[in-house]
Design a protein around this ligand. Sequence first.
Ligand SMILES: Cc1ncc(COP(=O)(O)O)c(C=O)c1O
Length: 480
Amino acid sequence: MGGQPEVGSGANAKVKLALDLGSGQTAAMATASNDDERLPLLVGFQRVSDNTRRLTRLMESGKGIYVYDTEGREYLEATASFYVASLGYQNDELIDAISAQYRDLPFFVSGMQRTGTGSVELAEKLRSLVSVPNAHMMFASSGSEANDFLIKLLRFGAVARGEPNRTGIIGRHESYHGGTIASASLTGSHQEEFGLPIEGFHHVSQPDYHGHRLPQESAAEFSARCATELEGLLDSLPDESVAAMFAEPVSFSAGLKVPPGEYFPAICSVLERYGVELVADEVITGMGRTGSMFGSETFSLSPHHVTMGKGVTSGYFPLSAIAVGEDLYMALDKGSETVGTLAHASTFAAHPVGAAAALKTLEIIERDNLVDHAAAMGKRLAEGLGAFEGHPLVGDIRSVGLASAIDFLRRDDDDVPSNDDADAVLGRVYEASLNEGLVVRPAGRSLVIAPPLIVNAGEIDEIVRRVGVALDKAEAGRDQ
Ligand SMILES: Cc1ncc(COP(=O)(O)O)c(C=O)c1O
């Protein structure tokens, strides 16, 4: 395919990159020419006018933590391709397990008293790992679907319990929960242009302590303010009209806004008082990313339900899952007795090949101690990035597990935000990173780095080195 992208090549920065997935920011570098050839597909999270061959990198292969484009250029995938490819590329064991499943039973539907053996085995495995006691697993094909299906189950449960008005759902600004109508309504950005949210979806602030704290406000005071905001929202709504609040243990789409230790206890105590359930969206934070198997463990959460996706199969097959808490399960049981069925299914949910991919992924993660390994590599990454704390562009560096973010909002000696160009700086650093062959994720004023769990110490050091080069080049304005 000709006309390969000049995106990010230092010699030709006349490109425009939409950097956003849920956080509401873009970094415009330049504009695509009108005569540029349009792609036959519509690529998301970029301007439609950039949907051209010239501005699109076409990836052809991957190996370990590297991917290669059609020009033979190598990129170090320091986000595991949107936090998915946790075992990296060309994992032969995983490919063999998937191939074997394709030979044995390539497809079988799950519903009406039949399902594949792998889906039961996977459900057993996941319920033994997730922080929801006696969970029952429901499968889906994407994180969006997992959140959407859970919202539907919550409504079915509310009707069954005789509380049909308990349909409200709370999300947080800047959080991302998916692309379906309900999960996009839950997402805390990009709603107006789609005529969203649909009725019953409400939002509270992201625990963005670095960006939103008042000067000298302590983490405890900030967290109490977040809890008061939530309480105010619940007070403003009709009694018993809210079913659940969805929150990622730490939101990557918001720019890895690591919540202060006081945040979730304060939020959970409000939820408890109002009888509102907590759902942990672990689509990104599940499967070892935060230094525990699930982010709920890392942040000491006891969610009523958990959704997961992405790294469950390391991206080798689209599969997501919902851990349904016991109370809701009993309500579903009651409701289905009354109605005669739980009229919900999805043809490709509990796909035998997806189950095989997930089971092998989990086996490898556990056998190779990849959660501990990821935590150790994350520590090395955080320490390495610590060298940039005094860099003139850098306002804050946050890390958790195998994930770090460099935030370009700076605060002055009086603890007051002192620059309004954080998004523009982020765009420059992102562009410079790509020029260094480093794929990172711009989100919420911040550059997010979260390589595959298999990353080794030398590769972490290489990521840090390239980030340093990108910061210096962005500062010198050499890539503008
Ligand atoms: C926290 C979170 N939840 C849900 C989703 C949606 O998952 P999917 O893109 O697989 O539908 C995402 C996607 O990035 C996510 O970050």
